[in-house]
Design a protein around this ligand. Structure first.
Ligand SMILES: *Cc1c(COP(=O)(O)O)cnc(C)c1O
Length: 816
């Protein structure tokens, strides 16, 4: 970012300086955990889920010396403080002034879906023509937008920004900061969160972004059209959609195998554009992109060419678990300096003792070579790396600019040979570079076994779902994330790590082993253990895990252990009350005795008191749930009275969160919901799919009428039939019940029924009607067929399907 001084910043934000006004600022931090190279860094003490002021001390130890805060918790002589009323507003004000100082043509993209994709596509479509700046990742919140703007250096022609909102009133603030020249509304879905009344409410709020726009490009959805015309009768609005009135009208689409031809009417002329995607969302996004490019007067022939190239863009960094406990971050889709920075941050955050960067020459940039490599080396040098592997001529030329142990290669193949000789152990490896170098070959090589069957876990979707559930809570209500049974069968520690990174309050596991594993992986959040086994108390105490105490026996035994060890602090425990599950917990009749014993026990501290609801997902059983809550609160009151302090009170699981806002109390326990399922139709629509089980076709046979498939010959062909064999079976967790025509998979997007009996390691599907070949991708479970559909075929619930996916299926975690 551009350099500012403390004095300049204070005058832009009406802040009061305590300390040295001449100090320079060249990097912004707001999260204590992401601080790497704090040279001239400034820390904004923001308040949200947590209070940033509480972290100033920690940040000070990480050598940050400038703070923007509304009060000073502990004053340090060496530190400089800028006192403001509201640090977030100060940041926004700064962003606004920064934009004023460097006027560029701004495009602001808002909408329920597709903001990031449209922004990235637009960047790639324009980048060879203009100097285009785009916002970082999918930064679109109040904080994200401001940060994105501040990271913009001088000299750009055009800036593209994503703008999102979670609460009413936010868009006005966002508008003040950005005031985009060109406004884009991708679409508006039903209100995602409880913060908005309905869709109209959401539309009215979103279009506030366009208050000062010279033009608006807008999805032609009926409600949107009416509202936007009313609010902005005099503005230039270009509608895109299927309606005959749309300025850019989608006439029809012709889907080929993996691409789609869009026939569009623009200015009463018909044109066709091909995109290398066939899913509905991509078609929508492409239409939006077309509207923007058209408005910017891009030549139609050039647009057609750019559309064909859209494939090069992926939004996500691939996180892959490699050999020898290594993790590979594959980011070979973008190779500009900005995305290098994001990827380095990711690398830095990996909890591995060794860090390696494999970087190829950067080909697609318009900057001058020396300047570019100067930037690259400065950036890379700021991060601790154990090895730097450079591929290509340019790397060789500028080698001496890098301070790390640097190795030079001319081809990707040479790197593979090098890695073969000394395979990296326990390392985080970032692959970054231009497409032409084919760095993904290295990533393939580094994967433990290249399995055809994988479980893809989308950590962004997980995060989205958590945010969704948070939006249903009061700001003060805490959230406990249930990561028992290895995060509902997903496995690994990545789910817990993601939750930790995004400020989850608490985690809960079933057994102490699971908690110990998470601690080993660097999870420092408080962890509750719901089934603390007698012989695991030592492990619990050694690892700072917090047991659930559900009986006098557990209380007595655990206290004995604490006494033996003479633990000085009062050890945190959680008290479970049985109010109707009849599983674990103290009976309501036992509370008086319990209260007395707890009061007399100097070794423990009760952190929370809770119960588990039996029918929170069954509206007809409301009475039972209310009775459970009543029993809990009266037990709680009784305990609090004796104890003299107030532990956290909680009872809601996912369905409880949705159905019983009145019982959210101090905290809720979110489980299945964050993994993408909930037994509540309306809410389910708002969740994103998290896990996708996918494989590839290993073999294709054609059988004639009367031919049979699999054990027991339960499928008999009625006509000539093409059968594809998939390398996944019941040993991978596919229930046999899904076979013999009950279930289906998706082959290249199309439905292929499962035929014959499912075998241990394989199953067969009917692909007679589908264009496909051996090696093609197959979705066994995910967006469609969904967990719910799958569970229905197998006469069970989504929880069981999810937790049954066998550990032999390789997990791949995606996150941005
Ligand atoms: C598993 C579990 C939850 C979460 O339930 P979901 O229905 O998955 O949200 C909450 N509380 C307790 C005690 C649990 O065991």
């Amino acid at each position: 970012m551009e350099m500012y001084t403390v004095g300049e910043l204070a005058s832009l934000t009406n802040g009061k300086v305590i300390g040295d006004s001449n100090k320079k600022i060249s990097e912004i931090f707001y999260d204590s955990r992401s601080i790497v190279s704090p040279k001239e860094g400034i820390f904004f003490a923001l308040t949200g889920n947590s209070n940033g002021h509480d972290y100033i001390e920690e940040v000070f130890t990480k050598s940050i010396r400038i703070f923007v805060c509304s009060y000073i918790p502990v004053k340090h002589e060496q530190a400089t403080y800028i006192l403001v009323d509201n640090p977030l507003e100060a940041l926004q004000k700064w962003a606004k002034e920064h934009l004023k100082k460097h006027p560029v043509k701004t495009i602001g993209i808002t909408g329920s879906n597709g903001k990031t994709i449209v922004k990235e596509w637009l960047f790639h479509a324009l980048n060879s023509e203009l100097k285009v700046y785009r916002s970082t990742k999918s930064y679109n919140s109040q904080l994200g937008l401001a940060i994105s703007i501040l990271q913009m250096k001088p000299g750009y022609d055009l800036g593209i920004f994503e703008v999102g909102i979670s609460y009413p009133g936010e868009m006005e603030k966002q508008e003040k900061v950005l005031s985009p020249k060109i406004g884009v509304l991708t679409n508006v879905l039903e209100a995602h969160s409880a913060n908005f009344k309905d869709k109209e409410d959401l539309i009215v709020e979103k279009i506030k972004l366009f208050k000062h726009s010279e033009a608006i490009l807008c999805n032609d959805q009926p409600k949107i059209r009416t509202i936007i015309k009313q609010v902005y009768p005099d503005k230039k609005i270009i509608f895109f959609g299927k309606d005959a009135d749309s300025d850019i009208q989608l006439l029809n689409v012709v889907k080929q195998n993996k691409s789609t031809c869009l026939n569009v009417k623009i200015n009463s002329k018909e044109e066709s554009f091909t995109i290398p995607f066939s899913d509905e969302a991509s078609i929508q996004n492409a239409l939006c992109l077309l509207a923007i490019l058209f408005y910017l007067n891009m030549d139609v022939a050039l647009i057609k060419k750019k559309f064909l190239q859209l494939y090069g863009i992926s939004m996500r960094l691939e996180l892959i678990h490699g050999d020898n406990d290594s993790v590979v971050i594959n980011d070979t889709f973008n190779s500009d300096i900005k995305s290098l920075e994001i990827a380095l941050q990711q690398l830095y955050q990996q909890n591995k003792p060794k860090k390696i960067l494999i970087l190829s020459d950067i080909l697609q940039s318009s900057s001058k070579e020396e300047e570019l490599w100067n930037q690259v080396s400065t950036l890379v040098n700021a991060y601790p790396l154990d090895q730097l592997l450079l591929i290509g001529e340019k790397g060789a030329k500028y080698k001496q600019w890098f301070k790390h142990a640097t190795y030079i290669f001319s081809t990707t193949q040479e790197v593979i040979t090098f890695i073969k000789k000394s395979p990296p152990k326990d390392s985080a490896i970032l692959l970054k570079g231009a497409r032409d170098f084919g760095l993904e070959r290295i990533s393939k090589f580094l994967q433990s076994q290249s399995h055809d069957t994988i479980l893809e876990v989308n950590l962004n979707a997980l995060r989205f779902n958590v945010k969704y559930f948070k939006s249903l809570l009061k700001p003060k209500t805490k959230m406990i994330a249930m990561v028992k049974a290895s995060s509902y069968g997903i496995g690994g520690y990545e789910v817990a790590e993601t939750l930790q990174l995004h400020h989850m309050d608490y985690l809960a596991v079933a057994y102490s082993d699971e908690g110990v594993f998470l601690r080993k992986k660097g999870i420092y959040l408080p962890i509750m253990v719901m089934n603390p086994e007698l012989n695991s108390y030592q492990a619990i105490i050694d690892n700072d895990l917090e047991p659930e105490v559900y009986s006098f026996r557990v209380l007595e035994k655990f206290t004995e252990r604490l006494k033996e060890l003479s633990i000085a602090k009062k050890y945190p425990i959680h008290i479970k009350i049985d109010t109707g599950m009849c599983r674990l917990g103290f009976n309501p009749q036992e509370i008086e005795k319990l209260a007395f014993q707890l009061k007399e026990n100097p070794w423990i501290e009760v952190k929370s008191i809770f119960t588990h609801l039996a029918v929170s997902d069954v509206p007809e059983e409301k009475d039972f749930t209310q009775r459970q809550a009543k029993l809990l609160t009266s037990a709680y009151d009784q305990l609090v009275e004796t104890l003299g302090y107030k532990p956290m009170l909680h009872c809601c699981n996912s369905a409880g969160i949705v159905n019983y806002p009145e019982f959210h109390f101090d905290a809720v326990r979110l489980g299945i919901g964050m993994y993408g399922y909930i037994d509540h139709k309306e809410t389910l629509k708002n969740l994103e799919n998290v896990v996708t089980l996918q494989t590839v076709i290993s073999n294709i046979h054609t059988i004639q009428e009367g031919g049979t498939v699999s054990y027991g010959r339960r499928f008999r062909a009625k006509k000539t039939t093409r059968i594809a064999t998939l390398p996944i079976g019941y040993a991978d967790g596919i229930k046999r019940l899904a076979g013999n025509g009950r279930g289906y998979v998706r082959v290249n997007g199309a439905i292929a029924p499962i035929v014959g009996s499912i075998c241990m390691d394989m199953m067969m599907v009917d692909v007679t009607e589908i264009l496909c070949q051996e090696g093609d991708e197959v979705i066994v479970l995910g967006e469609s067929p969904s967990l719910l559909e799958y569970a229905t075929w197998c006469e069970t619930i989504p929880y069981e399907i999810l937790t049954s996916i066998s550990p032999r299926v390789k997990r791949i975690f995606y996150k941005e």
